[in-house]
Design a protein around this ligand. Sequence first.
Ligand code: XFA
Length: 424
Amino acid sequence: MAKNNKFKVRDLKLAAQGKTKIEWAESRMPVLAALRAKYKKTKPFKGFKIAGCLHVTKETAVLIRTFIDAGAELSWSGCNPLSTQDDVAAALAVDGVSIYAWHGMNTKEFYWCIDRTLDFKPQLTLDDGADLIFTVHNKYKNLIPSIIGGTEETTTGVHRLRKMAEQGALKYPVFAVNDSITKWDFDNVYGTGQSTIDGILRATSVLIAGKNFVVAGYGHCGSGVATRAKGLGASTIATEVKPTSALKATLEGHRVMKMDDAAKVGDIFVTATGVKDVIVGRHFASMKDGAIVCNTGHYDCEINLEDLNRLKKSVRTIRPNCEEYTMKDGRKIYILAKGRLVNLSAAEGHPSEVMDMSFANQFNAQLALVNSYKAGKKLSVNVHVLPESMDQAIAGVKLSTMGIKIDKLTKEQIKYNEDYSEGT
Ligand code: XFA
C-alpha cells in the first residue's frame, strides 16, 4: 500500500508492540477473518471512503484491516479519549492508515481529530456514540449530499439517532448495529459477564466460591454476571424493580430480594442497572465487615460514594482499583475502581471473541449501505436494523469456526411450518 496516510498518534515507537497485540486479537476473531477471506478478491468497498469514530483498540484494528482488505479507504479517530491504545494507534499509522487518536486527549483535540477524518470527504460514516454523525450534521452539512449512510455501534448512539430521525433532523440513513442479536446480546451477557468477574478478580483476587454474590439489576449485563458468578460457586442474589426480570432471575436459580435485605448478607456487590443511587448510605450502614462493592452499569453514579464518604473514618488503597473504607464503627468496606465500570477499569473490557461478532455486524452494515447504493436502491432516511438473516449468518460462521455443526430443516419441515403459519 502506498503510505501517503496522514496521522497523529502518541508515539510511533510503540508500533511493534501494537502490531503484536493486533495479531493476537486477529487470531481470536474468526468471523472477521472469514469476511476478510470472502471479500479480499472482489473488494466490494473499492472506491468507497469510510470515516470511522470508534475505540482505537486491538479489536478495532482488526476491523480496520478487514475493511482495507475489502477495498475501502479509511480515515479514523477514537470515540473516547480514554479507550485509545497508543501502541495500536501507532501500529495502524505505520501500516498506512490515516488515524488520529491518542490516549488522554482533551475535548478540543477530540473534535479536531473528528474534523481531520472528515477532510477526505467520506461517503460512509461509522460511529460509536454518534459524534461523527453529529459533527457532519452540525458542522459539515456540505458533505451530506455525497454520504450514502452511516452505522452506529451503541445503545446510546442509536437512541440519540432515533430522536433525531423522529424530529426530521437526520439527513442520511443509518444502520443500528447495536440492535443485532449477535451484537448486543453477546456483548452484554457474555462480554460484560466475563469481564466483570475478571475485573473483580484482578482487583481483589478473592475466592468467589461460597460467597453471597449480589447483582443489582437482572438485565442482560446483570444476568451475565450472575450466571458467571454462580458458575464459580457463588450463592447468587439478584435485586430488581421489574417483576418479569425478577421472576426470570428466580427461575434461573438466583435468590431475589430487596437491596435493603441483600445489603445485610452480601459479600460481593455488583451494580448493573443503568440508574443512580442503587447502593446508598443505609445499605453501607448495614453491610457486613469486608464487603466488596463495584459497578458494571453504564454510569458511575450507581454506587453513592458521597454517602460512603460521610460514613467513613478513613480510606486507604489496598491494591490497584481496590480501596478500603474504614467505617466509624470499625467495619471495612472495599470499593473497586472508584465505582466506575469495573470491567473497563480493572480488566480489559469485552474479550476479542465477543468484539468479533459486534464488528462483523459493523462490516455487514457498511456493506449493506454500499450494496444498496450500487444497486441504485436508496434506503429511506431513517434508523434501520440489519435483517435477521445477517445475524444468523454471523452466528453460523462463528459456530463453524468453533467446529460446531447444526441441523437444517428438511423441505418437508419448511413446508409444514409455512402451512402451519397460514393456519391451515
Ligand atoms: C474502553 C471500550 C469504552 C477498552 C480499551 C482498552 C482497554 C480496555 C472504553 C473500551 C469501551 Cl467506553 O475498550 C477496554 Cl485496556 N470498548 C467496549 C468495551 N466495553 N464497553 C466493555 O469493551 C461496552 C459499553 C461500555 C463499555 C457499552 C456502553 C457503555 C460502556 C471497546 C473495545 N473493547 C475491547 C477491548 N479489548 C482490549 O474495543
